[in-house]
Design a binder for this molecule. Sequence first.
Ligand SMILES: [Zn+2]
Ligand SMILES: [Zn+2]
Length: 428
Amino acid sequence: MKALVFHGNKDLRYEDFPEPKMTTGDVRLRVKSSGLCHTDFNEYVNGPFHVSATPHHRTGRSTPLVLGHEFSGEVVEVGADVNRLRAGDRVAVNAVDCCRQCEFCRRGLLIHCPAAATIGFSRDGGYAEYAVVPADCCHALRPNVSYRAAAVVEPLSVALHSVRRARFEVGSRAAVVGGGTIGLCTLQVLRACGSVDVCVIEKSAAKRRFAEELGASEFIHSESSDVQKAVLERNGGMRVDFAFECVGSETGLQTALAVTRPGGTVCLSGIIPHPMEFNWNDVLSKEKTIATTDAYNDEFPVVIAMLNDGRLRAEPLVTQTFPLKDAFFFDALRGIRAHQHQDARRDEFIARDRFMGRWRCVFVACLLNSGTRNSLAARKLWDRSWATHVPSSRGNCRTPGLDIAAWKRQMNPRLAVWLSTGAVASGK
Ligand SMILES: [Zn+2]
Ligand SMILES: [Zn+2]
């Protein structure tokens, strides 16, 4: 089968790859759609971190390995012990392949299973024509959920898990710090869970329309406004009951704490990539609760149900799709012919696709600004690349007929590049 195979740091190849072997509890999927997460990109640029160079203790897999942990597909074959699924079923894949036997698994704390293997990092994932995954990781799609939307179930599950971890209460006022993928997913979940008011605090003004489209009561542009004042005015002199930090930065955490009322809850969704000093007395004296969240447990069926009836929306989160065979964007990034758009900061760049021999637009806002999986190392690397390359992209793009202004208008300035692997399967 054809696959995008991760061989190591900055080495990702579109090539023939042996189909993974099935066990009796597995199903074989024809992959239909896969998301590109900041974690994947970080793996490529700065890793390997999650993909082991030595065999994983449970799956035995190491590089070369197929990335992709946010994907959907059609069941084409089921193992002998699989009764719940059959060929033709449409499914989304929960990437956490846990043992389902240990004490953590029995208590439903799947993410904490010591034997857990993440699909796309510790066993082959969704950047391929076919994927072999445990039947237990597959969740049937409801009729109104497309394959493309199903690839967004994973980040939405992250958001739902965070709202559960915070013990969010119906009728509460909330703030989401960071309007990236996870921030916008969290916003939607909060609305669906009965928040009376959700403001999104974000430094990139370009994200305003996405936040507003997805239900933000107010978009607070942190670069141009006094955030605390805006929150107080909005809530009649009170701060919010719940704040969700979806950036993964010290400033983001400080903002979340500052806008939360005494007795309120701050939930940390973003991963802060370095140790930080913290005055716990500020939290203690105001009796604020700090909740933390990582990934998800059993949220997939709930998210699928909420996508099915429209309480959650995936389509506005999808900005670009590429056929897998054209998805050399990772390698295009290797050359880093990156150009900064003046008015979009680092949200966009154009990378030269050296394999395809033409200029190709690659939109990587999530890669640069992703709320949950940021890393200081990645940031530094990007800072260097911005500094060393051509100062302006305007007029430099060589794709015939490409209208940069139109392209930018269409772009969701924070989200993922999506792979439509179905295009490969159908030979287009
Ligand atoms: Zn991810
Ligand atoms: Zn377990």
